[in-house]
Design a protein around this ligand. Structure first.
Ligand SMILES: *Cc1c(COP(=O)(O)O)cnc(C)c1O
Length: 419
């Protein structure tokens, strides 16, 4: 959780008051602070690269707004993409194909063809994908995603490395996968794994690295294959709750790079942080439209629901909330912060102490830069909201809000129903 400046009882984001931003752009609105975004990238880039050459592949599914992609492109980021759509967006923003690594699951032939045409690195997830890619092109740079048999994450839905996972090539088959790839004429470049998302401790990453280094040595012994890079995936968590401590990124970088340098000949590391880079760069501002007190519970009704931010409803995620125009004021009562979607699971926060809320107040939801806007929907026929970028007192629109035409655009009523 970031600390925000308070001026005259107002929360300040990137040099501007939350009220100013909301008055100008309406609510709900996602507000990204450019400086925070750049600092997050620089911190992790530096921690690894002062130890050994490490590519930071930003996992752009966390937030694929093109302005944010552009900022990270300027910072020297590489990309972890999980769809052809993400690949094409990153190419459009100005990333060269060499900076993009695609890691998909259950990849169609159509998608494989698009990736070969785009010229990006393809990280393969199965024997089926390997064989189907071979029939399209054997010149593509490839690696394999291995299922390491260990998982980590903030919720069962985001653990990807466990034995029963749909992701990756099972570890017992991984040498055979490389053997078959080489027999088919590929020159595999690296090895990849991603254990899950949102953990705050270093240990699972060290366990993962031990497993990857074991595979590296098997590949060398059994196939004479020397890999150029090792990719340890993403999943570095952030402290969403006030009492949580951030992961020690220096410790993570030092321990991992020492293992790689001491136990292998691999000279390039890759890391795929998504959440770590974007989560705390962004707050969601939403307006209180209704205050309801009942004998059992109190509710602050706001204009953003799980159509705008699904993480609380979907993963039971905690996001810190404050009243931005009563910033720092004493909290007096307990409330659930709930949205306009007609489902009882539609909440942003539960059981939070807040200063006396009133209709018209501005609620700030913290740490919404990762898996926030990108997971929003038009559910209940509500157009998606705006995104803005603030930087040292300046503000720019980076995505406009949708309107009803956006909801109707691709629908048709067959002519026979219109008679
Ligand atoms: C989602 C994903 C990431 C990023 O996860 P974070 O928890 O946002 O860091 C990295 N690599 C792959 C392959 C992913 O699917």
């Amino acid at each position: 959780m970031r600390d925000f400046e308070c001026r005259d009882g107002e929360m300040i984001i990137g040099g501007l008051s939350a009220t100013e931003i909301a008055d100008r752009y309406g609510t709900p609105v996602y507000v990204t602070d450019e400086e925070a975004l750049r600092n997050n990238f620089r911190r992790i880039h530096k921690a690894f690269n002062k130890q050994m050459s490490t590519r930071i592949h930003y996992a752009c599914k966390a937030n694929s707004n093109m302005a944010i992609l552009k900022i990270l492109e300027q910072e020297g980021a590489c990309i972890d993409a999980v769809s052809l759509g993400e690949v094409l967006t990153c190419l459009k923003v100005g990333y060269s194909p060499e900076r993009i690594m695609y890691t998909g699951v259950n990849v169609s032939n159509e998608e494989l063809e698009g990736l070969v045409e785009a010229g990006v690195h393809i990280n393969l997830d199965s024997f089926s994908a390997l064989r189907r890619l071979a029939s399209i092109s054997i010149d593509a740079p490839i690696s394999f995603r291995v299922t390491p048999g260990i998982g980590s994450g903030h919720h069962e839905k985001v653990i990807t490395g466990a034995k029963n996972s749909k992701f990756g090539v099972p570890i017992e088959d991984i040498v055979d996968a490389y053997r078959e790839a080489m027999d088919l004429g590929f020159k595999p470049k690296g090895l990849h794994a991603h254990i899950g998302s949102g953990g705050l401790s270093v240990e699972p990453f060290l366990d993962l690295m031990e497993i990857l280094l074991g595979v590296v040595s098997d590949l060398k012994d059994e196939l004479g294959l020397k890999l150029e890079f090792l990719d340890m995936g993403g999943g570095i968590g952030i402290p969403y709750r006030p009492n949580e401590k951030p992961m020690d990124i220096e410790e993570l970088a030092t321990e991992l790079t020492t293992m790689v340098k001491e136990e292998s000949e691999v000279r390039t590391l890759a890391v795929e942080p998504g959440r770590y880079i974007v989560a705390d760069s962004t707050v969601l501002l939403t307006r209180c439209v209704d205050v309801k007190r009942t004998s059992r519970k109190n509710f602050v009704g706001v204009d953003a629901g799980f159509n705008t931010l699904i993480r609380p409803a979907f993963y039971d995620s905690y996001h810190h909330v404050v009243i931005a125009n009563k910033f720092g004021r004493a909290c007096t009562e307990r409330f659930d912060v709930v949205g306009p979607i007609c489902e009882s699971g539609d909440y942003l926060a539960r059981d939070r102490v807040l200063p006396e809320p009133e209709e018209g107040d501005l609620i700030a939801v913290y740490d919404t830069g990762a898996y926030g806007f990108v997971m929003s929907s038009q559910y209940n026929s509500r157009p998606r909201c705006r995104e803005v970028l603030v930087d040292k007192g300046e503000i720019a629109l980076i995505r406009d809000k949708e309107d009803m035409d956006d909801i109707w655009r691709h629908q048709t009523i067959p002519a026979r129903l219109l008679g």
